[in-house]
Design a protein around this ligand. Structure first.
Ligand SMILES: Cc1cc2nc3c(=O)[nH]c(=O)nc-3n(C[C@H](O)[C@H](O)[C@H](O)COP(=O)(O)OP(=O)(O)OC[C@H]3O[C@@H](n4cnc5c(N)ncnc54)[C@H](O)[C@@H]3O)c2cc1C
Length: 491
């Protein structure tokens, strides 16, 4: 005889990252009976707290930027505060075994290389704006751009070695994968979804504008506090059965029943579940072709922020090393100093195989080449290798290799029977970011509400989305002339 389900609700949400938490809280607010099943023993997913020098840090998502209306709305509603990323003083570029100082806003490259890079970034922006809003894979030109990698585009569009090298770092630091691995179309889709290439750049003039005091992870914890009785931790879901009556979800040793389920995790992780009946072939193919990027995020604590007294902001880019970039992450008011540094892309994969102690060694060694000998003597160190995290297996997000978006992009958000999908990867705007995860959760919750309305004839309401969204909807459709320009630019 079949075992009685541990829980029976209207809607199950699998995954308590931002997309799952937002989907569930949106539904609960509309009076829908809802439960979240989360594999890990904590909420937040790719937003995770850690400790350094006794204070909380963000081992996962950390920065937010004005224009991300939904995340700022949450910050405000929970009484949290933001503070600008520390950016006083010069930043430093390590290249060809020498270190140079740079002033924010000024290109660190030689005149020729900086012209080369600027022209290529302008071109990227122009091309990104010609894509279809919310569905970057649909225009006829998309097929052509999906046929090659970002690397191939770089080779035909950037002329100087220095600019190419810098461009590689920019791609790696935004996608956590190598330019050769990523579809040029997907990269453009991400650029479009964040409102332009500016937000993929590093630093105050790029994405790293603000942080949440005490950590961004607090937002997930506050949401979980409100959803308390709806959240079931340490429930790794391994299978979903569906019939015309609803779904049965198998998690740990228990079963859970609902009419609908929202799978709130990246396609690569959703593809690890067993579906009965099997998912449509194209949906399954998507989960096989949407790998996660690789990143190791490292925090280094010092007895004082010595780089500040030397006139540096703590931001550095190292084109010569595995440790690609770093920022000052010292909490305001702290007397000690903190730098946060990243291994991204292939470097993260390589250093994932090493011990944390070895990573600490190379990180402080590289920081000392940039900020001086004092960097060799940290008081504390901690890192998080996201590809090794059981329920994430990578970050910042997933990326599409060539050929995937134009053949399978349309199934990304399409429900499969009673199963709906949510995550930062499939968001219509701010792809790969917390803001995107939130919006994706809202969209999935709205889908479920629409279904309840159609099925039961009950209009429960709509999910409120903060109106000042700088979403892709704000980007006008390209004119015919612009599309022609894009065509010429790449032909
Ligand atoms: C190092 C790092 C730095 C980042 N920095 C930033 C930043 O500064 N700003 C920014 O906006 N974004 C940043 N991001 C990206 C951001 O964290 C993600 O886009 C966002 O958190 C994704 O949320 P999500 O809900 O889509 O997915 P996730 O957070 O991955 O949530 C999925 C959830 O599903 C759970 N799960 C997985 N498998 C199962 C299963 N079988 N059963 C049950 N539960 C399961 C997971 O445990 C997880 O809780 C960063 C990411 C990383 C890794």
């Amino acid at each position: 005889m079949a075992r009685a389900p541990a829980i029976e609700v209207d809607v199950l949400v699998i995954g308590a990252g931002f997309s799952g938490l937002v989907a569930a809280s949106s539904l609960v607010r509309q009076g829908v009976e809802c439960a979240i099943l989360e594999a890990s023993n904590r909420v937040g997913g790719r937003s995770k707290p850690g400790y350094l020098m006794g204070d909380p840090i963000d081992l996962g998502a950390q920065w937010i930027t004005p224009g991300q209306s939904q995340v700022y709305e949450l910050v405000q509603s929970y009484g949290l505060e933001t503070t600008p990323q520390y950016a006083t003083g010069n930043w430093r570029l390590r290249h060809n075994r020498s270190t140079k100082d740079h002033i924010s806003g000024k290109s660190p490259l030689s005149f020729l290389a900086s012209q080369d890079l600027r022209a290529s970034l302008r071109k990227l922006d122009r091309l990104a704006q010609t894509l279809s809003i919310n569905q970057f894979w649909t225009k006829p030109i998309a097929k052509k751009w999906d046929a090659f990698s970002v690397e191939a585009w770089k080779r035909t569009n950037l002329q100087t070695r220095e600019a190419r090298h810098y461009f590689d770092m920019l791609v790696r630091s935004s996608m956590c994968a190598e330019a050769s691995e990523i579809s040029f179309l997907h990269f453009l889709g991400v650029v479009q979804s964040v409102g332009g290439v500016q937000d993929l750049l590093l630093g105050q003039e790029g994405f790293q504008r603000e942080v949440v005091l005490g950590g961004l992870h607090q937002i997930a914890a506050k949401m979980a506090g409100e959803l308390k009785e709806h959240i079931h931790l340490s429930v790794p879901v391994h299978a979903i059965d569906q019939s015309k009556d609803g779904v049965t979800v198998y998690g740990g040793k228990k079963t859970y029943r609902a009419r609908r389920v929202i799978v709130a995790m990246p396609p690569a992780m959703a593809g690890r579940l067993v579906y009965n009946p099997s998912l449509p072939a194209r949906r399954d193919a998507l989960t096989q072709r949407f790998p996660m990027g690789s990143v190791i995020k490292c925090f280094i604590g010092y007895d004082r922020p010595f780089w500040r007294t030397d006139g540096y902001s703590g931001h550095m880019i190292d084109l010569d090393s595995y440790v690609s970039f770093a920022f000052d992450a010292t909490p305001p008011q702290a007397e000690y100093g903190v730098l946060v540094a990243f291994f991204v892309g292939d470097a993260a994969r390589q250093w994932s195989e090493k011990k944390m102690e070895d990573r600490r060694q190379i990180v402080v060694n590289r920081l000392s080449k940039v900020f001086g000998e004092e960097a060799e003597h940290p008081m504390d160190y901690v890192d998080c290798d996201w590809a090794a995290e059981d329920w994430s297996r990578g970050g910042f997000s997933g990326y599409m290799p060539p050929g995937v978006a134009t053949t399978l992009g349309d199934v990304m958000r399409q429900p499969c029977g009673n199963i709906h999908w949510a995550c930062a990867e499939i968001s219509e705007s701010w792809i790969g970011h917390v803001e995107g995860a939130i919006r994706s959760g809202q969209r999935a919750a709205q889908e479920v509400l629409d279904w309840i309305k159609a099925d039961d004839g009950i209009d429960i309401g709509t999910i409120e989305v903060h109106p000042n969204a700088r979403s892709s909807e704000a980007i006008p459709e390209p004119s015919q002339a612009e599309s022609e320009l894009a065509r010429q630019a790449t032909s």
